[in-house]
Design a protein around this ligand. Structure first.
Ligand code: ZN
Length: 399
């Protein structure tokens, strides 16, 4: 026997079971991609998801937070219950991929791969219904409106976990520029909080040639923007993360007129509530003090978005262990870097223990780009992962 011959891998029934229908699921993913729907308008998507789940034997509850779905499959008499969540909504972006199945809805695009997340969970759902080996209750959550940070909150306010109790909740996001089908795990803070501020710096308009007769809000704004940089560099603990970005500034219309006011729009991100609170205190304080030092006034509208996504340690260790037992070790990124993007799965993790993980999408345009392209090659491994996670979490001897 040739000692160098490759060792044949044992056939994996889950891998084979998912592979048997993978062409259907790729077609489904492309269909969802072609008909993207914005937050809370996912009616076609929701109908399609519900009808598939019912046909496989799930008990399907619809119309939660409008278009949201919870599908339940109970088996045996195990008392444990597991939830897995996928998001369904698209973004207000005009698609520029040129794909054959590019969006047919003008100005709307699945540019974050939620079509892929939905399909991955459906592919796992079918396998689990037909051949899943578990004892307990599986609940699949198909959530609307992730992109506007409202879907998870609305499902919770409509009694998500009271109506459908679970012991833990898991979710995933595809991630460009990470090798396709590699899995990333982060204990503790995995994604940042997101808050916004709209700031109006009001001066006194006048002739550009006579600045001494007015109060220049342009100069006050410039000073404020420069001073803002001191929050991250001088106020926040250097070992903590914070982002303060001025993404929009508008004011004035002519070169020789001092405008009455300037409008700025900011986004703030943090990984901890303490830093988040600090930003909420420092940004308005600086705006007011800087404006006042020029004789101007700052009107600040600070809007809290959603909190940092904090993964629970025990569940993250469990999720990582499931990946290590299912895939080659080089496909596991054990300490994936936390991301400064945000995700409303954070609200679910405030109510239930769980973990949010990342699956490499390979080399593609970034999320939220008009050229972003979800990689269909990751549907099968990610679906296999959900099956393994379910079967391990809801094992006979686990109850
Ligand atoms: Zn997303």
């Amino acid at each position: 026997m040739n000692a160098f011959a490759p060792v044949p891998r044992k056939p994996d029934p889950i891998e084979e079971g998912i592979a048997a229908h993978i062409e259907d699921f790729i077609a489904l993913r492309r269909d969802l991609h072609q008909y993207p729907e914005l937050a809370f308008q996912e009616r076609r998507t929701s109908k399609l998801v519900a009808s598939r789940l019912s046909s496989w034997g799930y008990e399907v509850a619809t119309d939660i937070a409008g278009t949201g779905i919870v599908a339940t499959l109970a088996r045996g008499n195990g008392r444990k219950a597991l939830a897995i969540r996928a998001d369904m909504d698209a973004l207000p972006i005009e698609e520029a991929t040129g794909l054959a199945y590019a969006s047919s809805n003008p100005g709307v695009m699945h540019a974050c791969g939620h079509d892929g997340h939905t399909t991955i969970l459906l592919a796992a759902a079918r396998y689990l219904a037909e051949r899943g080996n578990f004892d307990g209750t599986l609940r699949l959550i198909f959530q609307p409106a992730e992109e506007i940070g409202a879907g998870a909150r609305k499902m919770l306010s409509e009694g998500l976990f009271e109506r459908f109790p679970v012991d833990a909740v898991f979710g995933l996001h595809n991630w460009p520029a990470v090798p396709a089908g590699h899995f990333g795990f982060v204990a503790d803070a995995a994604m940042a909080s997101v808050d916004q501020a709209a700031i109006r710096i009001v001066g006194k308009g006048g002739h550009g040639a006579e600045p001494h007769r007015g109060v220049d809000p342009v100069l006050a704004s410039a000073s404020f923007i420069t001073a803002l940089q001191s929050i991250v560099s001088r106020n926040v603990d250097p070992q903590d993360m914070a982002v303060v970005t001025v993404g929009s500034i508008h004011g004035g219309s002519a070169s020789n007129v001092i405008p009455e006011s300037i409008e700025l729009k900011l986004t703030m991100r943090a990984f901890s509530q303490a830093v988040r609170d600090q930003l909420q205190q420092r940004v308005p304080a600086l705006a007011r003090a800087q404006a006042e030092s020029f004789g101007a006034i700052a009107e600040v509208d600070y809007r809290l978005g959603f909190p940092a996504l904090i993964n629970h340690r025990k569940e993250t260790a469990f999720a990582r262990k499931v990946a290590l037992s299912s895939f080659e070790p080089d496909r596991i990124v054990p300490d994936f870097r936390p991301r400064t993007a945000s995700e409303d799965f954070a609200f679910l993790l405030q109510k239930k223990p769980g973990s949010y993980l990342f699956v490499g999408n390979g080399e593609s345009a970034p999320l939220h780009s008009a050229r972003y392209d979800f990689n269909d090659a990751i549907i099968a491994p990610a679906a296999r992962y959900w099956v393994r996670l379910t079967e391990t979490f809801l094992m006979d001897d686990n109850g």
